[in-house]
Ligand binder design. Structure first.
Ligand code: ZN
Length: 136
């Protein structure tokens, strides 16, 4: 998916990309874990592997030490997927940890690949990081 500042953001907020996830993709910390879910969703949609990797908790189970292989896998997922919708279903967070339940609507190879996930986030300095997720 092409990055276009004036088109609606790939996180499906209905807001132009430049006013939605772009500042976060460029380094502004997400205000909450739900904002990070949106920015990671659009990050996957736009193939921003560095952003996805950089917002993953290095101590979590999905962090991959082999950055090149991880990047290839993110780009392959991004290229092979249509990111057709995102719904944030529930958000709870304190100062240091948070949980977000979301529904990601995806299509891969002409088939529905949507899922609902309960994700866990941890705070590191100003930034929220994705720690792990459980499909539900
Ligand atoms: Zn967005």
């Amino acid at each position: 998916m092409k990055l276009a500042p004036n088109l609606p953001c790939a996180c499906h907020s209905g807001i132009k990309y430049k006013r939605c996830c772009r500042p976060i993709h460029r380094g502004r910390p997400a205000e909450g874990p739900d904002t990070l879910v949106r920015a990671r969703f659009s990050g996957f949609a736009y193939g921003l592997a560095g952003f996805v990797m950089g917002t993953t908790d290095p101590s979590g189970p999905v962090f991959e030490a082999d950055a090149e292989a991880w990047e290839r896998s993110i780009l392959s997922f991004s290229d092979g997927t249509l990111f057709t919708g995102l719904a944030i279903l529930a958000v709870t967070h304190g100062a240091a940890e948070g949980e977000v339940t979301f529904r990601a609507s995806l299509r891969q190879g002409g088939k529905d690949a949507s899922f609902t996930e309960q994700s866990r986030f941890v705070r590191s300095g100003d930034a929220w990081l994705y720690h792990s997720g459980v499909l539900s």
